[in-house]
Design a protein around this ligand. Structure first.
Ligand code: NDP
Ligand code: GDR
Length: 324
């Protein structure tokens, strides 16, 4: 019989790649979807007929109980969140409710309806925040620097606590930044590749950014969802750092993306303090050794340069179509 998976956040970047992966593997995929006045399903348009959608919201525990009852999942991937760090200062309570307490809602609903389901929580390198140790690994102490990071840390410990209290198969993937052509436009990588495409096509001239010196360990989302799946295929559940082990600055990203289309980023990028954060995470670099050795996951499948090019190519094709 086909395995059944319930994905929250199925319309997002990771949810869409994970749904594709699980469908390829023959899973029956259920997607939790919240009601919106104008439904946008860009990321899953091509597979939406293969997904069974269930209406629900992480803020509404009764809808989650219903989702578990309807789907009876073997595996649950909790990817839903208010995921934009920048907005977590302007909407700190909502971020805490969805990204933090929403995970308690998920775990309580799971305990009541299907405690034998395997549960994956989308934890984040933002929990490391301020540099305490380089590279950051599973044992590195946490020091979040945003309301988002604080909410993710609560969610992370809630997952650990439910595992230890109720003997659940509940684990966290501590994922470092991962990007793709499906990344939301407000995140810096997509903002850059979209601008590169527009500037190259002559419909935009400048790109306004914040801190160009922030460093991130950037991987490819398509590779990272494979690791999420691997984490739920183990005999014993555990938490893993998922990263490439390399770090680059926002400036490096700009340089490669502009150079790829024959432009110089210095002619177009303007630093605008409007995009500075109240508290910044200056440097993230993860140690993927545990995921590589225990799960057999390849952290270097897609190089940084290749990732930048995939994103620029995709935005150029889209922008060309839009302006034609
Ligand atoms: P996205 O922002 O692309 O997707 C977030 C998803 O959550 C969307 O489907 C959104 O639905 C859904 N959602 C938001 N609020 C609710 C709610 N109240 N109830 C139900 N669904 C909701 O994020 P990513 O795909 O990039 O990330 C997936 C997860 O991994 C997130 O939890 C994120 O915080 C975490 N993460 C991401 C990393 C990254 O680099 N991408 C790194 C580490 C962790 P809608 O379409 O309706 O808005
Ligand atoms: P991040 O991603 O906060 O790391 O969270 P984001 O792309 O928003 O920022 C990365 C770095 O770039 C700097 N920056 C800018 N950022 C944005 N968005 N816009 C700008 O104009 C800009 N200029 C400079 C930021 O200051 C920051 O240092 C992502 C999300 O996916 C989280 O959900 C996830 O948990 C973490 O990655 C790991």
């Amino acid at each position: 019989m086909a395995k059944k998976a319930l994905i929250t956040g199925v319309t997002g970047q990771d949810g869409s790649y994970l749904a594709e992966l699980l469908l390829e593997k023959g899973y029956k995929v259920y997607g939790l979807r919240r009601r919106t006045s104008s439904p946008i399903m860009t990321n899953i348009e091509h597979i939406k007929k293969e997904i069974e959608f269930i209406d629900g919201d992480l803020l509404d525990v009764s809808s989650l109980i219903n989702a578990f009852r309807v789907s009876k999942p073997d595996e649950v991937y909790n990817l839903a969140a208010q995921s934009f760090v920048g907005s977590s200062w302007s909407q700190p309570l909502l971020t805490g409710q969805i990204t933090g307490l929403g995970v308690t809602n998920m775990l309580e609903a799971l305990c009541q309806t299907s405690p034998e389901s395997k549960f994956y929580q989308a934890s984040s390198s933002e929990m490391f925040g301020k540099v305490v140790e380089i590279p950051q690994k599973e044992t590195t102490p946490f020091y979040p620097r945003s309301p988002y990071g604080v909410a993710k840390l609560y969610a992370h410990w809630t997952t650990v606590n439910h595992r230890e209290s109720y003997d659940l198969y509940a684990c966290s993937g501590i994922l470092f930044n991962h990007e793709s052509p499906r990344r939301g436009i407000e995140f810096v990588t997509r903002k850059i590749t979209d601008a590169v495409a527009r500037i190259k096509s002559g419909v935009q001239d400048e790109l306004r950014l914040g801190n160009l010196d922030a460093k991130r360990d950037w991987g490819y989302a398509k590779d990272y969802v494979e690791c999420m799946w691997l984490m739920l295929q183990q005999e014993k559940c555990d938490d893993y750092v998922v990263a490439t082990g390399e770090t680059y600055s926002v400036r490096d990203f700009c340089k490669i993306a502009f150079e790829y289309v024959g432009l110089n980023y210095e002619d177009h990028v303007v630093v605008d303090p409007k995009y500075f954060r109240a508290a910044e995470v200056e440097l993230l670099i993860g140690d993927p050794q545990k995921a590589a050795s225990k799960l057999g996951w390849n952290p270097r499948k897609t190089s940084f340069e290749k990732l930048v090019k995939i994103m620029v190519d995709s935005d150029r094709a889209r922008v060309e179509k839009e302006i034609r």
